[in-house]
Design a binder for this molecule. Structure first.
Ligand code: SUG
Length: 417
């Protein structure tokens, strides 16, 4: 069977809130302390999955992690009642929703043993994300338990930061062909941290048994990180033979484009010039944090945040591009505003896995009926709103735990409890 790209979206968890935890992520900082709307957030995410299904795309999902993370708090010899506010907020964060940061995935055609390799990300730069990986790994091991087709790996050891597929792109002729894998790392971002370290990227390439002749390590531009592109997927995205990128995404753009063309000459590189869309506009509108997908008719679409439609210069450039007979033919705006307010667009919410869906645990594969069942649980159990001073409230903590358990029951995933 031909391999297809399956997008696994993180279901937005019941503890979704705005705690301003991610320095360098401008939306997270601007919205710190605002009330959040977990139910609306999760329903927006579910609608995005429905949009993808209706476009004829394969869709999967991951469930939220157990929050607050009592084990992590216990490791710090504290609990939700006595922890300092920033520790409490870190333990309660729903940040695992951004599944692009869950892992790096090298599809079977790219690896020496013909298996799809999946490495869970250590996320060690931001304290609230450091404790995601054990829960994420448990889920990856379940979803991709078929050892004939998948190899699931633990995290790269500290101190090398790894943020998963958010700093990774793959180019190929079709998903079933061997591709070129591009790892994007940061060195410095001025006042902001570079979250992806080259040592981590290289370790993953070795673990995944990639062909060094078809692997690139590319430095993200310092200017982009300093402007708020805390992950490369905020300024560039690739699909099949298309690389869609902002002019200022990479530190050495010309060398990057030349290397890409050398390894895959048929690549079409679409560069958005800074004098048409500034880095600031790109970061505010998240036009690159789009799902660039191949539709069943062979054309490509950008599933992008509705914020991109609201910026005249951004939308102007995009509509010109699709009218121009290039490979990207369709723009599909989706409303994921609750996630966007924490710096997570449509592409952040999903992990791409190129595989035969029949080899994945079916409990993680979505269809309309399953999304209806998930939406029912969200409607019944997810909090309407969370104000910042509620984060330690025992009633809210109970509600959040019960909500997740109800979802695990509805998705037959109680073993993850
Ligand atoms: O790691 N935001 C996430 C957003 C991740 C976006 N993912 C990708 N670009 N692929 C982050 O910065 C904010 C949480 C808070 O402030 O409450 C947060 O973690």
């Amino acid at each position: 069977m031909a391999l297809v790209e399956i997008n696994f979206d993180g279901i937005i968890g019941p503890s979704h809130n705005y705690a301003g935890l991610s320095i360098g992520n401008l939306a997270s900082s601007y919205n710190a302390g605002a009330p959040s709307h977990p139910k609306a957030a999760a329903l927006q995410g579910i609608e995005k999955m429905r949009t993808n299904l209706r476009l004829g795309l394969a869709q999967g999902f991951f469930v939220p992690l157990d929050r607050p993370n009592q084990n992590w708090l216990a490791g710090l010899s504290t609990d939700m009642q006595s922890a300092e506010p920033h520790i409490r907020a870190a333990a309660f964060s729903a940040s695992a929703m951004w599944a692009a940061n869950a892992a790096t995935v090298s599809p079977a055609p790219d690896t020496a043993d013909g298996k799809c390799h999946v490495s869970v990300a250590n996320l060690i730069t931001m304290p609230h994300r450091t404790h995601e990986w054990p829960g994420t790994l448990a889920q990856l091991k379940l979803a991709f338990a078929n050892e004939q087709h998948f190899a699931v790996h633990g995290p790269v050891p500290a101190p090398f930061g790894d943020e998963g597929a958010a700093n990774f792109m793959r180019l190929c002729t079709t998903h079933s062909d061997a591709g070129v894998e591009i790892f994007v790392y940061g060195k410095t971002g001025g006042l902001f941290p570079a979250r992806q370290h080259i040592e981590a990227s290289k370790a993953i390439a070795r673990t995944h048994r990639l062909d060094p002749a078809k692997t690139l390590f590319v430095q993200q531009s310092e200017m982009a990180i300093a402007a708020g592109a805390f992950h490369n997927d905020v300024v560039a995205v690739a699909n099949a033979y298309v690389l869609f990128t902002h002019e200022q995404a990479f530190e050495s753009s010309d060398k990057t484009y030349a290397d890409v063309k050398r390894l895959m000459p048929e690549t079409e590189i679409i560069i958005v010039p800074a004098d048409r869309v500034s880095l600031a506009d790109a970061i505010q509108s998240y036009l690159f944090n789009a799902q660039l997908v191949t539709l069943p008719d062979g054309g490509m679409a950008l599933i992008l945040p509705s914020e991109a439609q609201e910026k005249v210069r951004v939308w102007g450039w995009l509509t010109e591009m699709v009218a121009d007979n290039g490979p990207i033919r369709k723009l599909v705006p989706v409303d994921v505003r609750q996630s966007m307010a924490n710096g997570g667009g449509p592409a952040c919410l999903r992990l791409r896995v190129v595989a035969d869906p029949a080899t994945v645990d079916p409990r993680f594969i979505a269809d309309e009926a399953k999304l209806n069942a998930i939406a029912e649980v969200v409607n019944a159990y997810w909090p309407e709103t969370i104000a910042p001073d509620q984060v330690g409230d025992p009633d809210l903590l109970d509600k959040v735990r019960l909500a997740r358990l109800a979802l695990l029951e509805a998705t037959y995933l109680v073993s993850l409890a």
